[in-house]
Design a protein around this ligand. Structure first.
Ligand code: AMP
Length: 489
């Protein structure tokens, strides 16, 4: 069952699994009539509509791969994705094209429009016309394990976006290991879906995961903390998937809520602070289950559903997946409790960047995928993330990970949020700057004094921030990742 919930608490539509299937087979007939089949790629830019899920089911059903488009991309970025992926057909709302008609040329075939089609260029076919005269009832095409189901473009916060093809096997293996075996999701669950529907998190786990498990999904177009809290009980929600920013914002809402149907809150895409983890536990009585993944590998680790939980840890490797720590220079495997680069191998790992053998060669070592993340594994196999290699701060030749400094700063009760970056320093190469969001009522000067005293106690001298800056918010992208370049600027 798929439902759409509006911010005022009303459900505007409901669609059963069977209805979705029937609609998808109608779309499949239209896709086939347009010449789309195995080996083709179709772009999708739709909000949380029944059409969104139908489009994915139908494209996969005819054996093609889906290229989800992030609506926040500019016309230039959208064109680059469409061209790089060699997209044969695109399906979107009218606004995507009317905002930037030049993107039309980047698709090799037709463009289908859902919704109002007034004053649109000629090459566009209204979806209704594409579907007219088609008959449902087609069976999905069988695909091989190694065929690409989803071609995602990485967020691009680290440079040019690269295409990541996740195969049917990658997705199936990962959804089984994470959702079924670790989070124990079943068809009795009801997921409140407040994430964007075009990334691995919201699409791969939230939508594909629900189709895989068979649970109901309640779509909220966008995350609004007060609306989310009000929705849990009346809509009998049992699973919520969020990014850390969402959990901070839920904690900021001053309302009493009952969570009688709730079973599991999960978090990922960026580090969840131990402080938020603790406050959420205290206030709502639920332990946020944090997991860690990348577009290229889907999810690698998760905290167990019933503990033991370790704040600041993303849990042990999922069943069937190997996670290890290596020295990024010598490529030697490191021991327990030593910090290095996190490498991953298993059925979840993609096979290489789309048409980009150089990038592929640079990120694999034999069958290990080098994540570019720094981490450490403890004696129980629990992984803790220490930041990105590129974010490593080198103070006078000694490495400092932002994560270890942030973890200490966050234990000061006056700190709501913080982020640490390296700034150029003529003497030491880099020095550490801390950006702090104080809790309401905190005086910056007094808080800085307490923080300086705290780091003196808890951190070696070279790890201590030299500079403190107080902000209202830490700049983050849509998935909650800190935009460190902005802070540096
Ligand atoms: P993306 O491919 O855009 O999903 O970004 C993946 C990156 O997000 C990883 O390489 C990590 O740096 C970061 N990430 C994801 N989950 C976590 C987590 N639970 N804790 C810390 N960082 C995370």
């Amino acid at each position: 069952m798929l439902e759409r919930l509006e911010p005022d608490g009303t459900v505007t539509w409901r669609q059963t699994r069977n209805a979705l299937r029937t609609e998808a087979s109608l779309w499949m007939a239209a896709l086939r009539a347009a010449g789309i089949g195995p080996g083709d790629r179709v772009a999708v830019s739709l909000g949380k509509s029944t059409g969104l899920v139908t489009a994915h089911l139908a494209i996969l059903g005819v054996g093609a791969s889906v290229v989800p488009l992030n609506p926040a991309l500019t016309a230039r970025e959208t064109e680059a994705v469409l061209q790089r992926a060699e997209v044969r057909l695109a399906i979107s709302h009218a606004e995507t094209v009317s905002r930037a008609p030049e993107v039309l040329a980047a698709v090799q075939g037709p463009w289908w429009i859902v919704g109002n089609t007034d004053e649109l260029p000629e090459r566009i076919t209204p979806l209704a016309d594409a579907l007219a005269g088609q008959r449902p009832g087609l069976e999905p095409v069988a695909r091989d394990d190694d065929d690409v189901a989803l071609l995602l473009f990485t967020s691009g916060t680290t440079g040019t976006p690269k295409g990541v093809g996740l195969t049917h096997k990658n997705l199936r293996a990962n959804l089984q290991a994470l959702l079924v075996e670790t989070w124990e999701m079943t068809d009795r669950d009801r997921l409140l879906h407040a994430l964007p529907p075009h990334h691995l998190h919201g699409l791969g786990l939230g939508i594909y995961g629900s189709l895989y498990v068979g649970n109901a999904v309640v779509f909220l177009e966008r995350f609004d903390p007060a609306v989310v809290l009000r929705a849990f009980d009346p809509h009998r929600i049992s699973v919520f998937m969020g990014v850390p920013t969402m959990y901070h914002r839920l904690l900021d809402v001053d309302a009493s809520v009952t969570l009688s149907s709730m079973r599991v809150f999960t978090c990922g895409s960026a580090p969840l602070s131990p402080e938020t983890f603790r406050r959420f536990q205290e206030r709502f009585g639920f332990t946020i289950v944090e997991r860690y993944g990348l577009t290229e590998t889907a999810i690698n680790t998760s905290n167990p559903l019933r503990g033991p939980w370790k704040p600041g840890s993303v849990g042990p490797a999922l069943p069937g997946i190997e996670v290890s720590i290596f020295d990024p220079q010598t490529l030697q495997r490191l021991s327990t409790d030593e910090t290095g680069e996190i490498w991953v191998r298993g059925p979840n790992v993609f096979s290489g960047y789309w048409n980009n053998p150089e990038a592929t060669a640079a990120t694999f070592h034999q069958d290990w995928f080098r994540t570019g993340d720094l981490g450490v594994i403890d004696g129980d196999g629990y992984v803790a993330i220490r930041g990105r290699i590129k974010e490593l701060i080198i103070v006078g030749g000694t490495n400092v990970t932002p994560g270890e400094v942030e973890t200490v700063l966050e234990t000061e009760p006056g700190v709501a949020e913080c982020a640490v970056v390296g700034l150029p320093d003529p003497d030491l190469g880099e020095r550490i700057a801390a950006f702090i969001v104080p809790r309401p009522g905190e005086q910056a000067a007094a808080l800085e004094q307490r923080l300086r005293a705290k780091v003196e106690q808890d951190l070696a001298p070279y790890k201590r921030p030299r500079l403190y800056r107080f902000l209202e918010t830490i700049p983050r992208n849509a998935m909650g990742k800190i935009e460190r370049n902005k802070l540096r600027d």
